[in-house]
Design a protein around this ligand. Sequence first.
Ligand code: PEP
Ligand code: MG
Length: 852
Amino acid sequence: MVTTQQLELLAPLSGVLMPLEQVPDPVFSSRLMGDGLCIDPTSQVLCAPLAGVISNLQHTGHAVSITDASGVQVLLHIGLDTVNLGGQGFTCLVEEGQQVVAGQALIEFDADYVAQHARSLLTLMLVVSGESITDVSGGEMLVEAGQPVLRVGEAAVQVSTQQAPSQGDTLFSLAIALPNPNGLHARPAAVFAQAAKGFAATIELHKHEQRINAKSLVAIMTLQTSHGDVVQVSATGEDAEQAIRVLSDLLVAGCGEAVTPAAQVATETTYAPAPEPVQVDGALLRGVCASSGAVFGQVVQIAAQTLDYPEVGAGEAFERAQLQRALLEADTALDTLGREFSQGPQGQIFSAHRELLQDPSLLEQAYPLLASGKSAAFSWAAAVEANEKVFRNLGNAFLAERAQDLADVGQRVLKLILRVEDAVQALPDNAILIADQLSPSQTAGLDTTKVVGFATVGGGATSHVAILARALGLPAMCGLPAHVLSLASGTPVLLDAEQGELHVRPSEAAVAALTAKREQQRVRQARDLAHAALRADTRDGRHIEVSANIASLAEAEQGMSLGGEGVGLLRSEFLYLERSSAPSHDEQIATYSAIARAVGPDYNLVVRTLDVGGDKPLAYVPMEPEANPFLGMRGVRLCLERPELLREQFSAILASADLTRLHIMLPMVTQVSELRLARQLLEEQAQRLGITRLPKLGIMIEVPAAALMADVFAPEVDFFSIGTNDLTQYTLAMDRDHPRLASQADSFHPAVLRLIATTVKAAHAHGKWVGVCGALASESLAVPLLVGLGVDELSVSVPLIPTIKARVRELTLKDCQVLAQQVLVLESAEQVRAALQPSHAANVAHSLVLEN
Ligand code: PEP
Ligand code: MG
């Protein structure tokens, strides 16, 4: 930085001048921060000694920095140890980023209060950008505010805070929780900056998304850190390793301040056990986000109703007729619901329930009971219960899920026999539904004009119930403690899914804050929607393709109308969920062609072949029960075991080859041989159909083995798409639907992120593109990270397309890359989430400091 003009600094206060040597604080008296002067004030308004921009204003109001147009930085610090006053006694009259003129009032302070509560009122004015100074006060002891007192050196001065571009990899420290009671305020910041200047490497200090030049005192102060804030040091250059070691130790030790260790703050899990009991105003229950958003409403408990009914009936013929009537009514109701919700995956679930209703084994068990004189309700309930028990006791998640569906259907029929009105059908406004489990059919059947959110004890953030909730656009939380079920219906609650918090009887202030937040979100969503057609390019020009995750033609159409650049994942197993017999070849062709037409010839349509097994039942593909279905015959494994299924699907998909940019994707690939076998089948089918130009063939990266072997797969595929839902469950060995592990099965875990990084590196080395189609891509928080890791495409839940595109447009690739490298070395998902939290700090001053 070069100063070209003489600059005079005015006295910021009236008072008695003192040389710095006499200040009873070694950081100031040793000129560690910079040269300047000290005033024992007689006035109470601190004024600007020069014109410039407020480059930092400590939120406690006791210190302020001004940077002028030539880069001279002056720090004004009122009193000693005044940071401890926490803002008491100070009134700020300016804001960070504001342009001020020389002599302008900056901070008003209560001299009596400060003198009584702090160590001293002595006020410092220091030139912290390194220029030399000359005293022009004329040797007077008493000065008036506004009187010239110092001249900043004329000669060009090379300031040591400048960072020359360094070569080599950037290294990061571990995350460090600041032990300083007031964070890195002026004194510890000066010690840290001084230490950083001792290294040739380019050194930065990171807090969440913010990163600053660690050799600049003012830049450090712009971070506005507090006790326990998690920071990281990064260094690039020859002595980077040593710099990281020394500076990390310094931060842990408190940068010269007496401190109590705060390391726990950084590593502690944020998922503390929920407090008990819950009937306390303001109680807070924690869970995990299943679908983002926040909402205020009233509790509606939808625990399954206990229905009373007689065991003995009024004669077989009468009871049989009752059962027949109820079955017929249930069938009609499910048919109507299926049509009503035909626009999304929920419609298919109702159809699947219709199929269950027709299962002969239920009636086979109910009829003998009717014949023995039992009532219709009793006979039906007994038949359902017996079937449910069989499913549950097999210890198979796939069948256990069918048992839940069966219980659902059973309850529907039972209510119809007893003519009990469905409790969920008469909901109050702003209902937040609370349940142990919400089956897909319950979420699908919600009246979204009344329901504003839901919270469950069971379920997981990546379960298909959560996927449905996102499709409905409702905030949802799962993994809540069981005592949430004892909250009385009508209790006001605030559900903040993003924070994973359910506040019971929240304060008026909390509700007002939420209302303001929602309004902001509404405005933002409206803006994102208005700009949905714009490209998703980062500010420095990197294009990210944002496409849709779909399960139906309706979603394909909606995705395209919301600015989706094609379809990144068509979950084909959802297309015929309700069928108990396989769809005909022509039906399949018609379905894929309609979707291909909706996507059009200019965009990609990525059709994933059937991903059946694990948590995804498909009635027309019956499977043997398995002890560990997630580790069993799932995805491509099952299809290769039944190659006819795959051949049939390939040939139906191939019929769309000319309608769109067709891509075929294989799920759950683990072995290279699986890819080769599938390719062979595809080529055979194409040959049979006389198709010479094969569609692109890619694989999902959702098994850690595939991620680790991405360099082996890459030459043989056209693309990768990372399924973070399964990749997370297999990497962390945590069932994606496990209620008690839901909070830990987090795709932000560094282990998952490292596998993404490995995949991208391998793909790009072979010129192949990489998408992410798991739920992580639909999280705004993850977007800078995924962009920084080099991901080319984000395939997201349809309603979130405009939001994710807008988020991309806010970013710069360069910043994202630094952020990505930073989080890869963190220890836990909590630390990663903390590092990614968007900072709302005024960045004007921050960027100004960085530029100088
Ligand atoms: C995934 O595993 O991330 C994925 C996209 O596939 P699904 O959720 O359908 O298993
Ligand atoms: Mg998957």
